[in-house]
Every structure is written in C-alpha cells, then in structure tokens.
Design a protein around this ligand. Structure first.
Ligand code: ATP
Ligand code: MG
Length: 502
C-alpha cells in the first residue's frame, strides 16, 4: 500500500499556488468565409504570417498563402468536410515543420511527418520545412564524387557531392531508374538518401520502396511521399519537407542525396493552388513566383565548409517534359537553377539504348572537378566521341556512301553505344567502369561482332575480377589507375576479346 503524507502534499500545493505566474497567451482567431476545392478564405486573422499553419476544427490544418487586407487565403492540408463557412480558425504562430532525426531512417512519412508505413514514429527534434539556403561563405567547393554506378553518367556527366543535377526527359524514359540506381549505389558509402515523391501513384512509390528494401538500402533512406490522391497543398509541401530532413543530416556532417520526383508535378500543384487563390497567372498559367518556388528549394543543396561540419546535400530534381520540349517554362527555369542536366530521350530509350542519355544535350558543370583520378584517366574524350558518333549516325541512316575514316568512326561508335548500355539492376563499381572504358582503347574490340558485344560486356567483368582481382581491387581502393595496372588490364582485355572474334 502506498504511504502518503498528506501534510507535505498540502505544503507542496500551497507553494505551487504561491509561485504560480499566470501567463498571457493570445491567439489570433478568425472565421471561415468560404471553402471550396481545398482553398479557404478566412476573415480576421490580422496577424497571420505567410506560410503560417492555421488550425481548423477537428485538427484540420491549412497553410496561409494569401495575405489580404481583410482576409487570409489558405490551402487545406487534408480534405475535410468539417470546415464550413462560419467555423472558427486559429493561428498557430508557427510555420509548417517536420520531425527529423535518425529515427526517420528506413521510414516512409508524409510531408508533415506522419508515418505512412503503419509503424509508430517518435522523433525528438523538428525542423521548419522552409529555411534559408547556406550563405556563400558557408559553402566549400564540390570535391568528392557522388557515384551513381551508371557508366554513362559517372564517365560523361559526373556528379559531385553538393551538386544539383537535373534529370529531365519525357514520361517513361528511365528518369526514376537513374535516381534509384544512384540511391542503391550508396549502400556502402555512408551517404544518406532522401526520396521525395510528389503527386505520384501510390503503387509506384510502393514499388520503389520494395526495390530499396530488397537491395538493403532502405536503412539509409527516408521516403517523403505525397501521392496523387493528396491535396495540392500536401504536394506543394513535400519537397520542402524532404529538404528539411536532408538538411538535418547535412548539418550533422553527413553526406546526403535527395531526389525530388518530380518537380513538374510540384509546379502543377502550386499552379492549382495559385489559380484557386485567384492570383494573377502568367506564362502557361503559372503564377509569377514559380521560379522562386524551385530556386529557393534547390539553393538549399550545398557542400558545407569544414567549420560547419563539412556535410553535403546533393540534389537530383526530376522534370518531365512533353514531347522532348526542354524549352518549355518549367524545364528552362530548373535548367537555369541547376548545375547541369541529364537529358533522357524517348527515341533512344525505344531503340534500346538504355539508359537513354542524350550526350549532346547533357552537361555537368561542376562534377568533372570531383571525379576520381582513375575515371578521369579513362573518360577524357568519351563524351565528345559519343556526341560526334550520334551526329554522324543520323547522316549514315540515309544510306549515304561513307569514306573509310567515317566508317571507322561509325564502327567504333556502335561498339561504344553497346558498351554504355546498362540494365537498371546492374550497378558498376569504379573498377568495372574503368575496365569497360579501358576496353575502348584495345584494338581487339573492333574485331568483336556488334551482336556479341552485350555478352562480351557481361562476361568480361566477372572474368577480370577472377583472373586480375588484385588490379581491380587496387583501383577500387586507391581510386587511381597507375600506368602499369592500365597496361596489364589492357593486355588482359585484348586477350579476352580475341576469344570473341568472328
Ligand atoms: P515516369 O514518367 O512514369 O515517371 P520514368 O521516366 O521515371 O517514368 P522509369 O519508371 O524509371 O521511367 O522507367 C520506365 C521503364 O523503363 C520501367 O519499366 C523500367 O523498368 C524501364 N527501364 C528504366 N531504365 C532501364 C534500363 N537501364 N534498362 C532497361 N529498362 C529500363
Ligand atoms: Mg518516374
């Protein structure tokens, strides 16, 4: 039985009462004037701030997006019947935030931090979804590669940690697959991945999560998902929330890779909200501040200076184009914000060149400085050669008579294209990529029939690992390619290629 001394309880309560200081908390109240399509007009709320969370009845939240003289326009985060004209609204005095921390690793959450995988989630810290980008002096140059494991990307359009590289292309051209390979490739690198799904089918997100978990990468990943069924406001918030999660890890000194899939749907969600808020519309009916929508998001990617912990956030935004038109409004905006783009072409994709990277229109403006020496040594003129070949191949299609030199270039180009093809589940290490590119310098390659190139590529790498394992390991370890290793590998590849001659 509990022994209870009532006299101490009395003094305790007396002391509490004596010390009690009433505190004034004033709330900003308003009433709903109208509500339709997830957009609410609220009368009152004279002190509301831009982006402030507003609380409606039954725990429904909205964000204030339009501050008028007499009323406030807000977008509801969840659809709810209980918000009606006349119902009260309260300003919360805080902007939207999301729970952050290591607890999020391996989890799937929505843009306001509620778990979507059916397990309870308790985070100890939270972070505002919007925050200013690191200043110029807080940044360090990009100097470490973010390897994607895709030969065509790592050799010709290399990405550095802290860079923003756009993945752009029509629908179904392998955009998500490139980002997914990049995430799976971070399995043993210590890089934390944040995947943000914006307005996608729930089934696609589920597929992606399955792939991540089957590859054993999900433990280093956070998925922030808003599906097509979510409100426009949720879709609008999603990338900022994902960015806040990534920022938390970046400030802990970690390297983070964040994928926004995709920003076209994000812009469309923002357009929906703006039109319903009756804001003036501009080109393609987007509001005037749609550039700022993406620039303030992507500017938050950075490589922090050593004083700030040296963490980095690499951003891979994805944009879907219509009929390959990269000069439309949103694509040009995002191209101008990012440090380069990987342009995927549906024609290439359907002709079997996968990943369907259009080398001529793809660039990486800072990644080259961050490439490993081994990759630098073998990939020098590859981009130019592939671009030249693709141009030439277009003419050769017409069956024109070509001279010997052009024929040689075309022959080499075909083999180069075969070499760069890569199924999405095959991820290549640095040594594999180096060996494949070295084979381009071997004379034996030209004698292999084009039809046999694919089987040559698939069998070359296991053979090299078996017979010349020590060279391959040394490349992966030192990231360098000394002359003697290069020489021996070339000899070995020539020897292997001789077996494939017609
Ligand atoms: P969406 O526009 O629907 O988002 P997307 O551009 O993201 O499409 P993915 O979903 O990545 O494209 O890929 C489309 C299809 O192409 C998928 O079925 C995928 O399996 C296939 N695919 C992607 N990359 C490759 C590859 N390198 N090799 C073979 N198939 C691939
Ligand atoms: Mg996709």
């Amino acid at each position: 039985m509990l022994n209870f001394d009532t006299s101490t309880l009395g003094t305790f309560l007396k002391e509490k009462r004596r010390d009690y200081q009433p505190e004034m908390i004033s709330y900003d109240y308003g009433t709903v004037e109208s509500c339709a399509d997830g957009i609410v007009r609220v009368a009152g709320l004279g002190r509301a701030e831009y982006g402030e969370l507003l609380q409606f009845e039954n725990d429904v939240y909205g964000i204030a997006l339009d501050l008028g003289l007499n009323s406030v326009g807000a977008a509801l985060l969840t659809r709810n019947e209980s918000v009606r004209p006349g119902s009260p609204v309260q300003g919360t005095g805080r902007v939207a935030d999301i729970g952050v921390g290591r607890e999020l690793l391996g989890r799937i959450v929505d843009p306001i931090g509620r778990p979507l995988d059916g397990q309870p989630l308790h985070t100890r810290e939270s972070r505002a979804v919007e925050s200013p980008a690191p200043a110029i002096m807080d940044r360090a140059p990009v100097d470490t590669p973010m390897e994607t494991g895709i030969l065509a990307v790592d050799s010709m359009i290399p990405i550095g940690r802290g860079q923003r590289e756009l993945i752009i292309g029509d629908r179904q051209t392998g955009k998500t697959s490139i980002a997914l390979s990049a995430m799976v490739n971070q399995k043993d690198t210590g890089v934390i991945c944040v995947y943000c799904a914006i307005g996608q089918k729930a089934a696609s997100v589920a597929n992606l999560v399955t792939t991540l978990s089957e590859s054993g990468t999900l433990e280093h990943c956070v998925v922030v998902a808003s599906t097509a069924a979510d409100s426009a406001a949720m879709q609008y918030l999603a990338p900022y929330a994902a960015c806040a999660v990534a920022e938390y890890f970046m400030h802990q000194g970690k390297d983070v890779l964040v994928v926004y899939d995709d920003l076209s749907k994000h812009a469309a969600a923002y357009r929906t909200m703006s039109l319903l808020l009756r804001r003036p519309s501009g080109r393609e009916a987007y509001p005037g501040d749609v550039f700022y929508l993406h620039s303030r998001l992507l500017e938050r990617a950075a490589h922090l200076s050593p004083e700030l912990g040296g963490g980095s956030m690499t951003a891979l935004p994805i944009i879907e184009t219509m009929a390959g038109d990269i000069s439309a409004y949103i694509p040009t905006n995002v191209i101008s914000i990012t440090d380069g783009q990987i342009f995927l072409e549906s024609e290439l994709f359907h002709s079997g060149v996968r990943p369907a990277v259009n080398v001529g229109l793809s660039v990486s403006r800072v990644g080259r400085a961050a490439q490993h020496p081994a990759m630098k040594a073998v990939s020098g003129s590859l981009r130019l050669e592939v671009a030249q070949y693709r141009d030439m191949a277009v003419f050769a299609q017409f069956g024109a008579d070509v001279d010997a030199a052009t024929k040689k270039l075309l022959d080499r180009g075909v083999r180069m294209t075969e070499l760069l093809k890569q199924p999405k589940e095959r991820i290549l290490k640095l040594s594999d990529q180096t060996a494949l590119l070295l084979s381009l310098r071997c004379d034996g390659l030209e004698k292999i029939p084009v039809a046999k190139m694919q089987s040559f590529v698939t069998e070359l790498l296991p053979w090299l690992h078996e017979v010349h394992g020590e060279f391959m390991d040394s490349i992966d370890r030192s990231k360098k390619l000394p002359d003697d290793v290069s020489q021996s590998l070339r000899q070995a590849i020539d020897e292997f290629a001789a077996r494939w001659e017609a």
